[in-house]
Design a protein around this ligand. Structure first.
Ligand code: ZN
Ligand code: FE
Length: 256
């Protein structure tokens, strides 16, 4: 059995992602940022869209839903907590739900904080997770609706996934995230090296994603709240992990 994952740019810095199970022929979209690029990619691949898995209610993740539904008759699966804000919902999911997808199972992990309804989708057999606007490469989503401890708890759930889990995210924000990350850990050699690789990828017009849990644990400042060097720099030796996370998130909000 094989799961093909196809990532492409939508809007300006969103990613569209299609997943296709070669055994069953089923195809799903992770979010629907924009109709045209998703429709084109489906046509190029010769895939029929069966369902859309929605991560959260923000417009840049749901605007393609209704036209895609009309064009493909796909079904729309969305987090229960956001169902009233997401168009065209056919069924809802919550923490621990398992969505059958051909030869695969897709697990629902509630990851609130960026929004209250945000969920991530995890496919253990393919070692892949779709974390949308919760975990980014070298960053995390802005905490709009939830609290800092809530967002930290969501990131901890993702950090508990196996290190070799491949992570797809909602946005290409990695290069600016790297600039900020270096202000938190200027001496992290893994981060310095990765920032250079990211600059090279972007200069070549290439995506910096997907990433992995292992790479993020080594370089993403939001996951490194227990590092002595991070706590020293922030002068927060005794703070809780959620407090250190909150400080880093606040600094990022104010970072130019
Ligand atoms: Zn969002
Ligand atoms: Fe977004």
């Amino acid at each position: 059995m094989t799961l093909i994952i196809d990532q492409f740019v939508c809007r300006s810095d969103n990613f569209g992602v299609l997943i296709h199970d070669t055994t069953s022929g089923l195809t799903a979209a992770i979010d629907a940022p924009e109709f045209d690029p998703i429709k084109h990619r489906l046509a190029e691949r010769g895939w029929r869209l069966d369902r859309i898995l929605v991560t959260h209610h923000h417009a840049d993740h749901v605007e393609g839903i209704l036209p895609l539904k009309q064009a493909t008759d796909c079904s729309v699966i969305a987090p229960a907590a956001g169902a009233d804000k997401i168009p065209g919902v056919d069924s809802t999911v919550k923490e621990g739900d398992v969505i059958p997808f051909g030869a695969y199972e897709i697990k629902v992990i509630e990851t609130p904080g960026h929004t209250l309804d945000h969920v991530s989708y995890y496919i253990p057999a393919a070692k892949v997770a779709f974390t949308a606007d919760t975990l980014f490469a070298l960053g995390c989503g802005r905490v709009f609706e939830g609290t800092m401890p809530m967002m930290w708890n969501s990131l901890e759930k993702l950090m508990a996934l196996p290190d070799d889990t491949t992570i797809y995210c909602g946005h290409e924000y990695t290069q600016s995230n790297a600039r900020f990350a270096l202000t938190i850990e200027p001496a992290n050699s893994d981060l310095i090296l990765r920032a250079r690789e990211i600059d090279a990828l972007r200069a070549a017009g290439k995506a910096t994603l997907p990433t992995t849990i292992a790479i993020e644990k080594r370089t993403n400042p939001f996951l490194r709240v227990d590092e002595p060097a991070v706590r020293d720099l922030l002068e927060m030796p005794e703070a809780t992990p959620a407090e250190v996370f909150g400080e880093i998130r606040t600094r990022k909000d104010n970072f130019k």
